[in-house]
Design a protein around this ligand. Structure first.
Ligand SMILES: C[S@@+](CC[C@H](N)C(=O)[O-])C[C@H]1O[C@@H](n2cnc3c(N)ncnc32)[C@H](O)[C@@H]1O
Length: 311
């Protein structure tokens, strides 16, 4: 039985890797890959990942052959995530056939089969980092996976423009876009109310007194990009689709689902619009559906590959 008292965000991010692997839009990915191959051929790419979590996008970039040579800086505001990245990546790299050297505190060099990649793990706030590095235009590529919908997307885009090289690329993926589907239905009306209120918590989120987050980040990003003179080179959906096959949920995806349902519970447990007992029963039933392999979860999201528009 799932232990509800012991949720770990790092484990959630690890369980999310296989879900993201299926979801990431391959047309957008292939466009990114082909631009890197043609424009960066032979040269190491300078890559910054914002809100990098425990480093799964870094791992994926190498697993899916995005680059051979790179200086990759991964920044995250949660020290717990950076420590987990530090703990897991050497083992992952060794298993993937790389030679791993620790070249400084939180700095690893991965070599082998023509690859030479330096990974720098930074624990800290991206906006502080951006202030310190503003105007340096040092990065060829800035990545943010499952991040932009947590912050003010317009402000973040503006800030990243001060960090990338003039022809640099932005790869912003897994941006939530206004639809959460949980099946089977428990009670259509109550299910819809929970969904609506859950999305509202994303729209109402405040960080340092400013609205941060948007439950329709995906569709709104087209306008955000236009206003910031950013050209969208490619976009497409990257919906999470999680279901149990004949052997149950894949990898650690039942944990992923329990974590999502628990996140909904934490976000809504104090909402006066929801009858407390009814909502508690609803949450319990969702957890039971996961235990029984019945819950299907779909979240609509969009991916973007962008470049600063030429004037
Ligand atoms: C939903 S998680 C996604 C993590 C990772 N990109 C992934 O897909 O596995 C969002 C991450 O953004 C980080 N984050 C949120 N605000 C941040 C900020 N201002 N600066 C740096 N990281 C931040 C959180 O700590 C969290 O790890």
């Amino acid at each position: 039985m799932f232990d509800e008292s012991n949720y770990s965000f790092a484990r959630y991010l690890s369980s999310k890797k296989s879900v993201d692997n299926r979801a990431l839009n391959r047309v957008v990915w292939q466009r990114l890959q082909s631009i890197i191959a043609s424009e960066h051929s032979g040269k190491p790419s300078a890559i910054l990942e914002i809100g990098a979590g425990i480093g799964t996008m870094f791992e994926r970039s190498l697993e899916w052959g995005l680059f051979k040579k790179a200086y990759y800086t991964a920044i995250d505001a949660m020290l717990e995530n950076i420590l987990e990245a530090r703990a897991r990546i050497p083992g992952w790299a060794y298993n993937a056939g790389y030679k791993v050297e620790e070249i400084a505190d939180n700095e690893l060099r991965l070599t082998g089969s023509g690859s030479d990649v330096t990974l720098k793990l930074e624990d800290g706030d991206f906006f502080d980092f951006a202030r310190k590095n503003s105007g340096h235009h040092a990065w060829d590529l800035i990545i943010a996976n499952a991040f932009l919908d947590l912050v003010d997307a317009g402000r973040t885009l503006q800030i990243t423009m001060n960090l990338i090289k003039p022809s640099g690329l932005l790869y912003f993926t897994i941006n939530f876009d206004g639809s959460t589907v949980l099946e089977p239905e428990i009670d259509a009306e109550f299910d819809a109310l929970v969904e609506r209120l859950y999305h509202r918590t994303m729209d109402d989120r405040l960080i340092d007194g400013t609205i941060s987050g948007d439950s329709k980040t995906g569709r709104h990003f087209f306008e955000v990009a236009r206003k910031n003179s950013v050209e969208i080179l490619e976009s497409g959906s990257s919906d999470w689709t999680v279901f149990a096959g004949k052997d149950g949920y894949r990898e650690d995806e039942s944990y992923f689902l329990h974590f999502i349902v628990h996140t909904m519970y934490s976000a809504l447990k104090e909402r006066p619009e929801l009858d407390r007992q009814r909502f508690n029963r609803w949450i319990k039933e969702r957890h039971s559906q996961i235990e029984d392999g019945k819950l299907v979860y779909i979240a609509h999201q969009l991916d973007f590959l962008c470049r600063k528009a030429e004037n």
